[in-house]
Write a protein that binds this ligand. Structure first.
Ligand code: FAD
Length: 392
């Protein structure tokens, strides 16, 4: 067992750190924003896009892809190192939907034409993606998706509503899953995966403001939206298989453990500098630090499996569930540590840590829902990891 990074990987980490030291806007570093509360910044979309293009120009968003598609055949640990450093430097710029989910799904299931058309845009950081799976009535139960695409000569015409579409208000392209067969049983055999240009006539995006008061996700309406047949990924009525492999990547697309670790360090520093430490708080900090280490190693295991060409399944569910629930625990600890001061927001003169504490705490409720819920993750772990029967 070797837990060390190679000298080349260590050199890459230094190179990324030196770059971010220069490039990340001072305000983002000063406020120590996390990946999950950056959307509160008024200039977030512009900064996110600008940073994405800079990372793309360096070739860092695609370094772990095959050479024939613009990568360098590097190990996925390069992606992990990049994401750890982005988190440490409080930087936006990583499109976790485009680079984290759509690109691996296309590499696995896309046609040659689709790879050639879409991978360069993701690698360059110039094309930002959203993903529309969830509907008002169907989130965990994706097999029951109702938004319908009707076959129409060389196109499919799509009608219906999706919801919780992260980044839908500025994404260029959309990974969409809809029903194309209403009669078939089991129902999952009637779904198809489409790549959709967000500028296509008939798409309306309305904001949904999250519990922390930030605009992060949206509801998306499709009114007679015509999508060419060549935009189907994985074949007609085979969308569920694309989604299943995509979810294995989605569950590991965000390094929640890195965000939790950086946030915990910020809280420890604040507690030390402001005389908030007592034996109970120190004990809690130590426990959470150990939990961060567990979450980190779970994520490393998944990345190691990917580096060997295996697609992690219950291992991804374990890493996602543990990492995101840890982030919830760290956010809750922030509220406890600062006591009543933790509830002050950005407008107050006495607000600690730029008002991040309530913002991260409120946003953290979504962590056990986004990218599949913790309950579904536990089902995957029970069935695939422990071999237990399906009870629901
Ligand atoms: C911050 C955030 C960002 C998101 N971004 C996107 C996005 O970009 N694109 C997108 O398509 N979706 C997105 N989602 C939606 C997310 O994927 C869904 O919220 C999630 O899949 C759960 O679906 P639901 O909300 O319909 O809840 P439901 O599926 O209705 O579940 C409600 C509760 O019941 C539990 N439950 C459901 N089924 C079972 C079962 N079989 N066994 C045990 N418990 C069960 C769930 O765990 C949950 O606690 C986002 C959500 C959040 C919070």
């Amino acid at each position: 067992m070797d837990f060390t990074f190679t000298p080349e990987e260590e050199a890459f980490r230094k190179e990324v750190a030196a770059f971010l030291e220069k490039e990340v806007p001072q305000e983002y570093r000063e406020k120590r924003l996390t990946f999950f509360d950056m959307s509160a910044q008024h200039d977030w979309i512009q900064v996110h896009r600008a940073m994405a293009e800079k990372l793309g120009a360096k070739g860092w968003l695609s370094r772990h892809w095959p050479r024939e598609y613009g990568g360098q055949d590097a190990s996925p640990f390069y992606r992990l190192i990049l994401r750890e450093e982005l988190s440490r430097y409080h930087s936006p710029g990583y499109d976790s939907i485009g680079a984290g989910i759509v690109a691996p799904a296309l590499l696995l299931k896309g046609s040659e034409e689709q790879k050639k058309q879409h991978l360069p845009g993701i690698a360059s950081g110039k094309v930002i993606w959203c993903e529309t799976l969830s509907e008002p009535g169907h989130g965990s139960d994706l097999a029951s998706i109702e938004v319908f695409a009707r076959e129409d000569a060389d196109c499919f015409t799509i009608n219906g509503q999706k919801i919780w579409t992260t980044n839908g208000h500025f994404a260029d392209w959309n990974a969409l899953v809809v029903r194309t067969d209403r009669e078939v049983t089991p129902k999952y055999r009637g779904l198809t995966f489409f790549l959709v240009d967000m500028k296509t006539p008939g798409i309306t995006v309305n904001p949904v403001i999250n519990i922390a008061g930030h605009h992060e996700f949206n509801e998306v309406f499709f009114d007679d939206v015509r999508v060419p047949k060549e935009n189907i990924v994985g074949g007609l009525n085979k969308g569920f298989y694309v989604v299943m492999s995509l979810l294995d990547y989605e569950r590991t697309s965000d390094t929640a453990y890195a965000v939790a670790g950086t946030y915990l360090e910020d809280l420890a520093e604040y507690a030390r500098d402001n005389n908030l430490l007592n034996p109970i708080m120190v004990n809690r900090l130590a426990q959470l630090r150990a939990d961060c280490e567990v979450a980190r190693l779970l994520h490393y295991r998944v990345t190691w499996m990917q580096s060997r060409g295996t697609v992690p399944n219950y291992e991804s569910a374990m890493s996602k569930m543990y990492g995101f629930e840890l982030l919830q625990r760290v956010s809750e600890f922030g509220m406890e540590l600062l006591g009543q001061y933790s509830q002050l927001t950005g407008e107050s003169a006495r607000v600690p840590m730029y008002g991040r504490i309530p913002s991260c705490y409120l946003r953290s409720f979504g962590h056990s829902l986004e990218q599949g819920t913790s309950e579904i993750d536990r089902d995957v772990i029970a069935q695939r990891g422990l071999g237990l029967p399906r009870l629901r």
